[in-house]
Design a protein. Structure first.
Length: 291
């Protein structure tokens, strides 16, 4: 028996006729313009007749193509009824709680990788700045930065963090910052709960904890203040990776200090993690893994 044209060829023919364009047909089918053109040429060689003619910017079906098209569409409709598309997998809802600054600076830009790997997970990210009561009813899992050991929760340490000074390139150049001692003439931006003292000791500087200037309670605000040229921030590595790569911020010196806090996942004590929570936790471990 003479082999019939493939389904791909028939669908390319149908799409090209509907759109009057090989390019639009290719976009619909997820193939290249050349692939559609090749399929049409196969049909024309088989039938020994042209199926399309160019008119201005459109590909217009010939009389022979119109006659063939009705039969092809009828056949495709029959096959579609006989082999319906499989029902989509039921989605599983997952609600993740995260601090707003951690969500904006790190989590949200990476979420596409999780949703691509787990399309059946209906993910909702809730941002809350509450440092203690972040496991509201309905929250399955939380990503937090802190000391761990939260009340009524089980937590797992994912990754530690290091701190080092950063500032805007123009600020560095303006104040000629070359070595740690040069920080004596800089504005050291103050964080409400992340003091400079551990880093100053590591750098062997006899500078006191800064007492002037506004105190900011959020790490994202500290980073933005540094990027706008207001001074030098003691930054967490995770928060400034993108800004350092783009040149918006520059790191000052090689001296860094390990922070007392770390990144954790947490969930309500007494509850079991479902498959979606386990998948998200595994994804976080991989994203936060060193290297």
């Amino acid at each position: 028996m003479t082999p019939l044209p493939s389904m791909q060829t028939l669908r390319a023919f149908d799409a090209a006729a509907r759109h009057g364009s090989y390019s639009v047909a290719a976009a619909e089918l997820g193939v290249t313009h050349g692939a559609v053109s090749h399929r049409i040429r196969e049909l024309e060689e088989r039938l020994q007749t042209p199926l399309f003619r160019r008119s201005n910017r459109r590909m217009v079906p010939t009389r022979e193509a119109v006659a063939l098209l009705s039969q092809v569409r009828q056949a495709l409709a029959t096959l579609d009824r006989a082999f319906p598309a499989p029902a989509p997998a039921r989605s599983v809802r997952l609600v993740v709680s995260v601090h707003p600054s951690l969500a904006v600076r790190w989590l949200v830009p990476r979420l596409g990788r999780f949703t691509a790997a787990h399309p059946a997970v209906d993910l909702e990210v809730r941002s809350t700045a509450d440092l203690d009561d972040f496991l509201d009813p309905g929250v399955d899992l939380a990503l937090r930065y802190g000391a761990g050991g939260w009340a009524d929760a089980v937590d797992e340490r994912l990754s530690g963090e290091v701190l080092f000074p950063v500032c805007a390139p123009a600020y560095r150049d303006q104040l000629c910052i070359r070595e740690p001692a040069d920080l004596a003439r800089c504005v050291l931006l103050r964080h409400a709960w992340q003091p400079w003292s551990p880093w100053l000791r590591e750098a062997r500087l006899r500078l006191e904890e800064p007492r002037l200037g506004p105190t900011l309670s959020d790490s994202a605000m500290i980073v933005e203040a540094a990027a706008s040229g207001q001074g030098v921030a003691l930054a967490r590595r995770l928060f400034v990776q993108g800004d350092l790569a783009s040149g918006r911020l520059v790191r000052l010196f090689d001296v860094e200090v390990e922070d007392a806090y770390a990144y954790h996942i947490a969930w309500r004590a007494g509850s079991r993690l479902g498959e979606a929570s386990l998948a998200f936790a595994a994804w976080l471990r991989a994203e936060l893994a060193p290297g």
